[in-house]
Design a protein around this ligand. Structure first.
Ligand code: NAG
Ligand code: NAG
Ligand code: NAG
Length: 578
């Protein structure tokens, strides 16, 4: 989550918490603990989440070092997607009251005005709330644009099940309004920058784009089912645009997906494996357009990502380059000095288990020049080709991937304490648990990996057979290559001598939120500062003024200012510094 600077002592010795034994033994003991760990963190009755409203997922009961006793839209949606899948697959029929509570809680949360805006001015992009659902108003990396998409995906899974049960009335009257808000937010905002899932980099982010794409596809299908055809058309239009944009994250020379368009890092990041498994559609085969878990691009990316951790964590030293290791968020991570996380290690296993599900279903494994390095790491003699399930090569490759995937679960097992509790991270030097205890997402990530290992896939979302247009268009919000209008910004601001007022915002013409490249306003009519600039027509634009004085930058207080440009003509906004 958010980086803070911390120093800490070394933990106990490994033997105090290590779990050893077979993977089956670990799964048998950890499954009920992980499930209880998830439910303990959900209001109103969860044993570790006192004070949380019904259906609210706390990130962790930890209140200091770090304080995670909040509810994040992303984490909650991912956790509830896992719960909804358990319920709709018939694996646990007792979960329905929690799911209904979640829907009710999100109806309320959507309406809470917060520093990102109101429900209609960007507030759905707010990343976290207090557990009584009041707004969190402290400084944070906001907005985060994956939350509404992930929430839509979770709730759509429930809506589809309800419709199958003949309960369309509840979907239309109660569930659809929540989904429409979230999906319309995705339509209007996918092409704006926002913070990534680790809340650190403001740019575009692969995980976010992939989640947005998925939500728009299944949102369009559901809208069609409910007879909302013009909404379905709008969702599909932007789904095509997001799928097009999704392709641009692929780095062909590196053989991996660059996770963020900004941030100045290698871009090797658990972001991508998480995106792949959370957009898994068993009907889509090994399609690389949607980076399916068994696609050559996703496998190549996985190798590059895992290898990035082999030499940087002491607990990985001495492990064969063909065996599983502890993995973290990204190699440059410095949060708590940069450690492996349980949920990222589990994600590697889950992506591979998902791949195995598809290979078994289609009865073959294809090795391409893109995925060759991944397969050769496990089976040095692997060669480009398609191997039918009757061949020995297929069996060799499949068994090698299964062993490799199990290895990541066994790494998590080795660093799971004897009581089975899962924190957020385990120390890079010793494997001792560190950072937030009982992280809900850690528990959920192990449960979904175990389920995938059983060969159980969740319902698909329409990923099969998608094609990418030859040229990409921007979203309704991001500014198209089309018409522009002259927009005049006037802001009243008193300044000291040598201090100047600049503007930056969410479109190229406003320098894409770059304080360094922000545009200077004229003080000719001081204390009114002014600028006229051509901006894309019919576009929702967020912006802020900043002060620069002796190299120091001061941003206008939150929330972002917002305007929507007209289709033609000119437009003027009059603001005050605050
Ligand atoms: C929470 O506890 C109350 C009181 O026992 C009960 O009525 C309710 O069904 C519980 N809610 C859930 C989601 O288990
Ligand atoms: C439809 O589902 C809702 C939510 O679980 C439930 O409250 C309602 O009783 C259901 N209606 C019918 C007719 O099953
Ligand atoms: C908006 O979409 C265009 C076209 O795909 C892309 O080049 C640009 O990077 C996108 N920007 C963001 C912030 O998503």
């Amino acid at each position: 989550m958010r980086p803070i600077s911390l120093l800490y002592g070394l933990g106990l010795t490994v033997s105090a918490w290590a779990q050893s034994g077979s993977i089956e033994a670990y799964i048998a003991s950890e499954s009920p603990i992980a499930k209880a760990g998830v439910l303990a963190n959900i209001g109103p009755n969860g044993s570790k989440s006192q004070g949380a409203k019904a259906g609210v997922v706390i990130a962790s009961p930890s209140t200091s070092d770090p304080d995670y006793l909040y509810t994040w839209t992303r984490d909650s949606a991912l956790v509830f997607k896992a719960i909804i899948d358990e319920f709709t697959l018939g694996r646990d029929t007792t979960l329905r009251p929690h799911i209904d509570n979640y829907v009710t809680s999100q109806i309320q949360q959507q309406q809470v005005s917060n520093p990102s805006g109101t429900v209609s001015t960007g507030g759905l992009g707010e990343p976290k709330f207090h557990i009584d659902l009041s707004a969190f108003t402290g400084g944070w990396g906001r907005p985060q644009r994956d939350g509404p998409a992930l929430r839509a995906t979770a709730i759509i899974a429930y809506a589809n099940w309800l419709i199958e049960q003949g309960n369309t009335t509840y979907v239309t009257n109660t569930i659809w309004p929540v989904l429409e808000l979230d999906l319309n937010y995705v339509v209007a905002n996918w092409n704006f920058t926002g913070f990534d899932l680790w809340e650190e980099v403001s740019s575009a982010s692969f995980f976010t784009t992939a989640a947005q794409h998925r939500s728009l596809r299944e949102g369009a299908t559901l809208a069609t089912k409910l007879g909302k055809t013009s909404l379905a058309t709008s969702y599909t239009t932007q789904a095509v645009n997001t799928l097009c944009f999704l392709q641009s994250y692929w780095n062909p020379s590196g053989g991996y997906v660059t996770a963020n368009t900004g941030g100045g890092r290698s871009g090797k990041d658990a972001n991508v494996a998480l995106a792949s498994l959370h957009t898994f559609d068993p009907a889509a085969g090994c399609d690389a357009v949607t980076f399916q878990p068994c696609s050559d691009k996703a496998l190549s990316n996985l190798k590059v990502y895992v290898d990035a951790f082999r030499s940087i964590y002491p607990i990985n030293s001495g492990i064969s380059s063909s065996a599983a290791v502890a993995t973290g968020r990204y190699p440059e991570d410095t949060y708590y000095n940069g450690n492996p996380w349980y949920l990222t290690t589990a994600a590697v296993a889950e992506q591979l288990y998902d791949a195995i599900i598809v290979w078994k279903a289609q009865g073959s494994i294809q090795v391409t020049s893109t995925s060759l390095a991944f397969f050769q790491q496990l089976v040095p003699s692997a060669a480009v080709g398609t191997y039918a399930s009757s061949s020995t090569t297929y069996t060799t490759l499949l068994n090698a991937v299964q062993t490799y995937a199990d290895g990541f679960i066994l790494v998590a097992a080795r660093y799971t304490p004897s009581d089975g509790s899962l924190a957020e991270q385990y120390l890079r030097a010793t494997g001792a648990p560190v950072s937030a205890k009982d992280l809900t997402w850690s528990y959920a990530s192990l449960l979904t990996a175990f389920k995938a290992r059983e060969g159980v896939a969740s319902a698909g979302w329409g990923a099969a057979g998608l094609t990418v247009p030859a040229t990409c268009s921007t979203g309704g919000g991001g500014g198209s290559g089309g018409a522009t209008v002259a927009v005049t910004f006037n802001v009243q601001a008193t300044t000291v001598f040598g201090e100047n007022i600049y503007i930056t915002g969410s479109v190229d013409a406003l320098r894409n939120w770059s304080p360094d490249n922000a545009i200077l306003l004229s003080s000719a009519n001081y204390p009114s500062w002014s600028l006229t600039v051509n901006l894309p027509a019919s576009t929702r634009i967020e912006y802020k003024y900043i002060r620069k004085y002796n190299g120091a930058v001061t941003w206008l207080a939150d929330p972002n200012n917002v305007l929507t440009t007209p289709a033609s003509g000119t437009y003027t906004v009059n603001d005050n510094w605050r």
